[in-house]
Every structure is written in C-alpha cells, then in structure tokens.
Design a protein around this ligand. Structure first.
Ligand SMILES: NC(=O)c1ccc[n+]([C@@H]2O[C@H](COP(=O)([O-])OP(=O)(O)OC[C@H]3O[C@@H](n4cnc5c(N)ncnc54)[C@H](O)[C@@H]3O)[C@@H](O)[C@H]2O)c1
Length: 316
C-alpha cells in the first residue's frame, strides 16, 4: 500500500510512536513532534525496534523503508508544514490538550484535519476555542494501533460531517478499521462495551460465584475466540436458527432477568480490589508483568499474521 500523504504526529509517546508506524507503513510521510526535548528522537529508536519485531513476525518486508518515511521536527510548526492530517497524541489532560490545539490551530495548513487520540475526554472539551474546530474530532486508537486496527471517530457538536468522512477514508487507506459515533458519549463505543463486561466480572468475583481465573478463562477460551473476528450482534444472529430476532425471542428474557437483578450501582471497593489483586498475583507475580506483556504482544502479532493470511493479503 502506498498512500503518499503527509501526516504530522504531535506527541511521540507510546501512542504517537505507534501511530507513526501505522502511517509510514502505509506509505505516508510522517513528521513527529514532541514538546519534551529528546522524546521524539527516543521514539524513533522504539519505532525501529518495533519495526524489527514486525519483520521477525512476518508482518513487514522492509523496516528501513518505513523508518525512512518518519522524521523528527524540532518545532510544531515544522511538523505541521504541508501536513493534511494531524494525529494529536499528547497527555490525557484537558488543559494540555486545549493548549496544544491552540498551538496546532495557529500552524495548521488550510483544510487539514486534526484527530485526537483522546481515550476519554470528548473533543468538545478541548476544541471549542479554535478556529479550525469544524476540522477537529476524536480518532481514538487501541494500543498499539499498528497491531489493533479499530479507530473510534467521535465528532464534537461542531465537527463538520465532511471531517468525519475524510478521516474515515484516510483510516481505511492506511489499513485501520474506523468506527463512528454519531455524537459524544463518555468511553466511546469500545470502553462502554468493555465497561459492561468488567462490571459483571468484578461482581461475579465479589459474590464468590467464580474465581478470577475462571472468569478470564470464560473469555480467553470461550467468548473471545469468536470476538476476534465477529461482534456480539453477528454472534447472536448465528446462535439461533432464525437469526437475531429468533435469538431475542428465545434468550431475551434471560438477559432481561440478569439486567433486572443488576440495577444497583456497585463501586470496586478496596476489599474487592484486594481480592482480585491477590488472585491475579497468585497467577502472575508482579515481577513477571513486563514479560507477560511481551508475550501478549507476540500473540497479537501471531493473530495479525493469521488475519492477514486469512484475508489473502501480502505483507506491506
Ligand atoms: N496508552 C494507551 O493505551 C492509549 C490508548 C489509546 C489512546 N491513548 C491516548 O493517547 C494519548 C497519548 O497517550 P500516551 O499513552 O502515548 O502518553 P505518553 O505519556 O506515552 O505520551 C505523551 C507524549 O506527549 C508529549 N507532550 C505533552 N505535551 C505536549 C505538547 N504540548 N506538545 C507536544 N508533545 C507533548 C509528552 O512529552 C509525551 O512524550 C492520550 O490522550 C491517551 O489517553 C492512550
């Protein structure tokens, strides 16, 4: 794939450096800027390591070719010069994002779009004061976006529909999987779904109905296997002979009864957190968290390769 567009990445931390890989891998020229001295240069080192990992996993042919399309700029204005799309990836703090959007506004080329990696702060809280606000939106990735393609596009009330349409098209061109919300809602789609599952997971352990290990196993050896290639609606559509309406007729009352029994809002209090923590640490010592995270990333790469092979695609 060679998209050949010019992209600026503002904030070169964990997420910004991963975004640089997404765009450069697709053939874009990427300029990175970070306000902390030396941070963008350090990010290039991290990116080089990740590209080597992708080559080793059979997910990329030429790391040097991708790396050559990523450059560090010493100023925000330098990074934004000529960029048609800006991916803001600075700290998750409203004041920091408000300030950086004012700086971006002053240096943005006409018609360029600014997508924010914001995990939870809606764009209406940090873009209302800038002239380019119709061209701003949230474009929330899942970490790391070069292995997990979904991107949540969430417009502020003043975001132009054209901005969402163009961002969606760009994300498709660079190989991501954009999804859209029609308006802002805290947690967007992904964390709202994850939140519902987590609430019940904590509750099952709190009530002593199941162990932490068995709740996790129910997902890793059960629900999650389908979820790696289809969503909850398609899942239930295939789980009754007559499709989703048939499923709703058969099992709807069960889910309604469960929901009716869970109306009380419960906080994850200190005792419950200690209970889950104790069970998790018995399964994985604190000192092994980093190694297990590396294992997770290797599993994600193997899954990405399987998905690519299943789709009959060649490596970039
Ligand atoms: N970490 C995740 O799993 C994850 C996932 C999805 C989205 N996000 C979101 O992505 C954004 C970045 O998160 P992260 O985890 O990469 O954080 P991070 O701390 O790793 O990186 C943030 C970077 O922004 C830089 N920065 C701060 N102010 C700046 C400014 N004014 N101009 C330029 N650079 C500036 C910092 O120096 C730092 O290098 C946040 O909004 C976060 O919520 C994070």
């Amino acid at each position: 794939m060679s998209v050949g567009e010019r992209i600026a990445v503002v904030g070169a931390g964990l997420v910004g450096s991963s975004w640089a890989i997404v765009f450069a891998r697709a053939g874009c020229e990427v300029a990175m800027f970070d306000a902390a001295p030396g941070a963008a240069e350090r990010a290039v080192g991290t990116i080089a390591q990740r590209l080597d990992d992708l080559v080793a996993a059979g997910l990329l042919h030429d790391a040097a070719d991708v790396l050559a399309r990523i450059r560090v700029e010493a100023t925000l204005a330098g990074a934004l010069a000529g960029a048609g799309y800006v991916q803001e990836s600075v700290l998750e703090r409203t004041a920091v994002k408000r300030a950086v959007f004012a700086e971006i506004d002053a240096a943005l080329v006409p018609d360029a779009i600014v997508g924010s990696s914001s995990s939870g702060i809606p764009a209406s809280e940090f873009t209302g004061h800038v002239a380019c606000r119709a061209r701003c939106l949230v474009a929330h990735p899942v970490n790391p976006p070069y292995l997990i393609p979904v991107v949540e596009l969430v417009p502020a009330p003043w975001t132009a529909p054209e901005t969402v349409r163009r961002t969606r098209a760009l994300m498709e061109r660079v190989g991501q999987a954009p999804v859209e919300m029609t308006r802002e809602a805290e947690g967007f789609i992904l964390n709202r779904l994850q939140g519902v599952l987590l609430m019940e997971a904590w509750r099952l352990v709190e009530e002593g109905l199941a162990s932490v290990a068995d709740v996790d196993r129910t997902v890793s050896e059960g629900l999650g296997l389908r979820w790696s290639f289809m969503g909850p609606f398609e899942t239930i559509d295939l789980n009754a002979p007559g499709g989703v309406a048939d499923y709703a007729a058969r099992l709807g009352p069960l889910y309604q009864r469960i929901a009716a029994s869970r109306t009380e809002h419960r906080v994850w209090d200190a005792a419950l957190i200690a209970k889950v923590e104790q069970q998790r640490r018995a399964l994985l010592a604190e000192g092994d968290l980093v190694a297990r995270s590396a294992w997770r990333d290797r599993r994600l790469m193997a899954l990405a390769r399987h998905r690519r092979d299943a789709a009959g695609q060649e490596p970039e």
